[in-house]
Design a binder for this molecule. Structure first.
Ligand SMILES: [Zn+2]
Length: 449
């Protein structure tokens, strides 16, 4: 029965609503579109050159059949094959033109579907969602493998872009207003950093052997992240929620050095070289200030206000262990001093407590004095308020929480290479460069990038 006829029968049935019509059209339309795609998917006009080394191919002959998984189901394609003398391999130049990797059988749309869903949820869930929404059955194993391959492609892309960014051609990657050298108001570039940990099982099946040697297999590993945005791009939604119009992200399982280079490249795209001022806001972690001094030596530094207040609360509770309101009465004037740029006065007050405390409480106090001492140049909250700058690194912390929703699901185990691939996919999408991996996806408005 034709699709149009089926639809009519559908409309006239009392038990079915618009949803049934949509479903009917999606399922029925698939076969039609699959056939159209199969007819259209001819790429043998492509120049018979090796897609890897560009050498002309020899011994060219046609008619080699392959099955490609597409978003409308499997299609059969016939294409020519030729021998590359340099690579010593048979090549199918049409495959590259169709967007298939060597020996790949998943269409670019299926590649994207895998990348998009598996970077958001476990592959088994993704398979169910894809079948329900897209209407094609793709196994969890295929989706997982495909997402991993796309993530590795994303890492290669990131590497190439980051390397270009540090050369003279880097300017083509900058925000459009920076490229066009539009008369820019002087601006402050804000950079926030943070880290979170991820659970991995690197050595599958080796845990027992490692334990037998007395070594607990490492499971928790650090993911390092950063974000950057122009101060003027910070605003509020109609509902009063803080929002940032345009921002860049870096997130990696590859260590602090990897973050340093990725974040530097991203900050450069977003105006690092043109900013009047650069401001780094983060919690007190030592690696952050090392990284900042290394790669962003021009930046002002600020330690997150909330973290500092937590440190003062620790002292308050040591002074008034069983009296929350007395602790509050002690800490609040100090927080007010911090907000008035009087960090040094706060440190002096803490130092005056030394004779009053002993034992564990005294050790607490020393630790907190040290913390404030080492950050005393980073306690400029009065200036922050006056200039409308962030007092803390909340923007980065909420970003980390969003990533964690995917990577900290209970009962899941990851490997470092798999993690990095998926982290990179998520980050490339957030950075507005998804179309560089999947050119068929609508390019994002460059003015918003
Ligand atoms: Zn070749």
């Amino acid at each position: 029965m034709g699709l149009a006829k089926q639809m009519q029968r559908c409309v006239s049935s009392a038990e079915e609503n618009l949803g049934h019509l949509e479903e009917q059209l999606l399922r029925g339309g698939h076969e039609l579109m699959r056939q159209m795609l199969e007819k259209a998917a001819k790429a043998d006009a492509a120049s018979p050159r090796c897609p890897v080394c560009q050498q002309p191919l020899r011994s060219l002959n046609g008619g080699h059949r392959t099955t490609i998984q597409t978003r409308f189901g499997a299609i059969q394609v016939q294409r020519a094959r030729g021998k590359c003398r340099r690579c010593h391999k048979w090549r199918f130049p049409a495959d590259a033109a169709l967007g298939l990797p060597a020996e790949g059988t998943q269409s670019p749309a299926v590649q994207e579907i895998a990348a998009l869903t598996v970077s958001k949820m476990p592959a088994a869930e993704a398979a169910q969602l894809v079948e329900r929404l897209v209407g094609v059955k793709i196994s969890a194993a295929t989706l997982g493998r495909q997402a991993r391959q796309q993530g590795e492609r994303a890492q290669e892309k990131r590497q190439a872009l980051d390397e270009q960014m540090s050369g003279p051609d880097g300017r083509v990657q900058q925000d459009r207003d920076l490229q066009l050298q539009l008369a820019l108001e002087p601006f402050t570039l804000v950079i926030e950093l943070d880290a979170w940990n991820i659970r991995e099982r690197d050595a599958w099946g080796e845990s027992a052997a490692q334990r037998a040697r007395g070594a607990e297999p490492p499971r928790w590993h650090w993911v390092y992240g950063g974000t950057c945005f122009r101060l003027a791009h910070r605003g509020e939604t109609a509902g009063g929620r803080a929002t940032i119009l345009s921002r860049g992200y870096a997130m990696t399982r590859g260590g602090i050095e990897a973050l340093r280079e990725q974040l530097w490249a991203e900050a450069s795209r977003r105006g690092l070289g043109r900013a009047n001022e650069v401001l780094i806001v983060a919690d007190g972690a030592v690696w952050i200030w090392h990284l900042a001094g290394d790669r962003f030596p021009q930046a002002r530094q600020r330690v997150d206000f909330y973290h500092v207040s937590e440190h003062l609360w620790t002292v308050a509770r040591a002074l008034h262990p069983d009296d929350e309101s007395a602790a509050r009465a002690w800490v609040e004037p100090l927080l007010a001093k911090l907000k008035a740029d009087e960090g040094c006065a706060v440190i002096t007050e803490l130092a005056q407590l030394r004779p009053r405390l002993e034992g564990a409480a005294s050790a607490h106090l020393e630790r907190e004095i040290n913390y404030l001492q080492s950050n005393r140049q980073r306690l400029d909250y009065g200036t922050a308020k006056a200039r409308g700058e962030p007092l803390g690194s909340g923007a980065m912390e909420s970003t980390c929480r969003q990533y964690q929703c995917r990577f900290k699901r209970p009962g899941q185990f990851w490997t470092q290479t798999g993690d990095e691939a998926l982290l990179c996919l998520e980050t490339i999408r957030r950075n507005g460069r998804w179309h560089l991996l999947f050119p068929h996806s609508a390019p994002i408005d460059p003015s918003k990038n």
